[in-house]
Design a protein around this ligand. Structure first.
Ligand SMILES: [Mn+2]
Length: 275
């Protein structure tokens, strides 16, 4: 007898848009599983309540999460490295009574989830990385973040380092974070470029969206992070960040059938200002 298996929906970047999430969930099957593609918080209106909600869904066994760059930024601030900027909306989390539970839960989440048909990661997988390398580096960062020395690991998190064999120390962790959670454009030498925040069609001279380069990973990569790439499936990738934050849509993708369910969202920020 075949067992009933609940369907799974991957959900795009929330960035604190709790009402949009709640509305979207009413359109999905009640028993479905959820997989959040990262950037649960920041820039949007309800970062604290959103984080509490996703944590609750995860602890009820209904949701899984991969970490995004904004989630890592929150963890770095919680670790005492850096402060929220003027546009950030994570201050309410840092001030919350349940801050420690929220932060400890968040830092225990992975940077990559691999399934038989698809691999899930916030920004993508650099074209020169094999799936084995991506999983090994994601696990390395996850082990550090979920371990006792996590605060030290998040020191000096920002910098444009790119992975190479033998890379060590701060450059190594930055290369992992950059490759999995920040990457958009890439040059012909495989170097990542972070200054340009336009859409894929706004590529500066000599740069291409990472997903247009020949790649070592054969499996479909589902990612978020690049709302100006919008909902698109090209070259065996699918981007599900569709700009919930800036008045476009929050997207759920059924990862077995590729059915899409979307929610129209109010505008909270200018798309050029979210990084
Ligand atoms: Mn992001």
């Amino acid at each position: 007898m075949s067992q009933h298996i609940e369907s799974t929906y991957a959900i795009g970047d929330l960035q604190g848009c709790l009402e949009s999430l709640n509305s979207l969930l009413t359109k999905l099957p009640e028993d479905c599983r959820l997989l959040f593609i990262g950037d649960l918080v920041n820039r949007g209106p309800q970062s604290l309540a959103t984080l509490r909600r996703v944590k609750e869904l995860a602890e009820n066994g209904r949701a899984r999460v991969v970490l995004g760059n904004h989630d890592l930024h929150l963890l770095a601030c919680a670790a005492g490295h850096g402060k929220p900027s003027r546009k950030d909306t994570i201050g309410e989390i840092l001030d919350a009574s349940d801050r420690d539970e929220l932060i400890d839960w968040l830092r225990g989440q992975p940077l990559l989830i691999d399934t038989p048909n698809m691999v899930f990661v916030h920004a993508g997988i650099p074209p020169t990385w094999s799936l084995k390398r991506a999983k090994r580096l994601a696990k390395e960062a996850h082990d550090k973040l979920s371990g006792p020395k996590w605060k030290r690991y998040l020191k000096h998190m920002y910098g444009n380092d790119v992975y190479y064999a033998g890379i060590r120390g701060g450059a190594r962790r930055r290369a992992i974070f950059n490759g999995l959670t920040r990457m958009r454009f890439i040059d012909s030498n495989g170097l990542l470029e972070f200054a340009c925040k336009g859409g894929p069609n706004a590529a500066p001279e000599g740069l291409l969206p990472w997903f247009e380069l020949p790649r070592k990973v054969n499996k479909t990569i589902c990612f978020g992070h690049w709302s100006l790439a919008g909902l698109q499936s090209s070259n065996n990738t699918v981007c599900i960040d569709t700009g919930a934050l800036w008045g476009n849509k929050l997207t759920a993708l059924n990862i077995e059938t590729m059915e899409l369910v979307q929610e129209d969202c109010p505008m909270w920020a200018d798309p050029k200002h979210f990084g």
